[in-house]
Design a protein around this ligand. Structure first.
Ligand SMILES: C[S@@+](CC[C@H](N)C(=O)[O-])C[C@H]1O[C@@H](n2cnc3c(N)ncnc32)[C@H](O)[C@@H]1O
Length: 171
């Protein structure tokens, strides 16, 4: 399902940004332990494995996000393909599924984000990471690159119906 958008030098900018374990460790206190976690976007499978290592019950399979019907006790915790943000957010809201999604911070400025969430009674809540997330990024040659200083863009953990104690949580 790799989708190349454009590249700059050797850094490929696409949907293949794998989440490092530390990014889940940083917010594990905000992920409810009594829920079934749907890590809906498989990538190379490591993200779901990391969540399991942290003690969560996790569904993480290489299936199409739009064709799976989740059960009512699931919450979606994932790092989705950034190019599909609008459709993904719309589907999660339509099926009334609480979520924590890692997405670029710029997404909150989009018109579609405003349309989906601005007048909703359950607000979007944000967890702000301490530093940029060091995703493992798939390159054109099929190898991974990971910058120690983090990605070239900032991210938030966008949370919906997660009942965080504050609307903006600073890690
Ligand atoms: C940003 S990557 C993150 C992968 C993984 N969730 C992680 O955090 O390491 C998003 C992944 O979703 C995959 N993807 C794209 N469209 C999808 C779809 N409709 N259903 C499931 N996966 C999809 C992409 O190929 C990519 O591997």
């Amino acid at each position: 399902m790799a989708q190349l958008i454009y590249s700059k030098g050797t850094q490929v900018r696409n949907d293949e940004y794998m989440t490092p374990k530390g990014a889940w460790e940083d917010i594990q206190m905000y992920i409810p332990g009594d829920k079934l976690i749907w890590e809906a976007f498989y990538g190379d499978g490591t993200s779901g494995q990391y969540l399991r290592e942290l003690g969560f019950d996790v569904i993480h399979e290489d299936v199409d996000f739009y064709s799976r019907i989740p059960s009512a006790d699931e919450i979606c915790v994932s790092n989705p393909p950034f190019s599909g943000t609008q459709k993904i957010l719309q589907r999660l809201v339509d099926i009334d599924m609480p979520f924590i999604l890692i997405l670029p911070s710029s997404k909150i400025n989009t018109q579609y984000f405003r349309n989906i969430f601005a007048n909703r009674s359950e607000p979007i809540q944000l967890i702000v990471p301490k530093k940029r997330i060091s995703f493992r990024c798939l390159t054109e040659t099929g190898t991974y690159e990971q910058s120690k200083s983090g990605a070239w863009f900032d991210c938030f953990y966008y949370c919906w119906k997660m009942d965080l104690p504050r609307d903006i949580m600073w890690l």
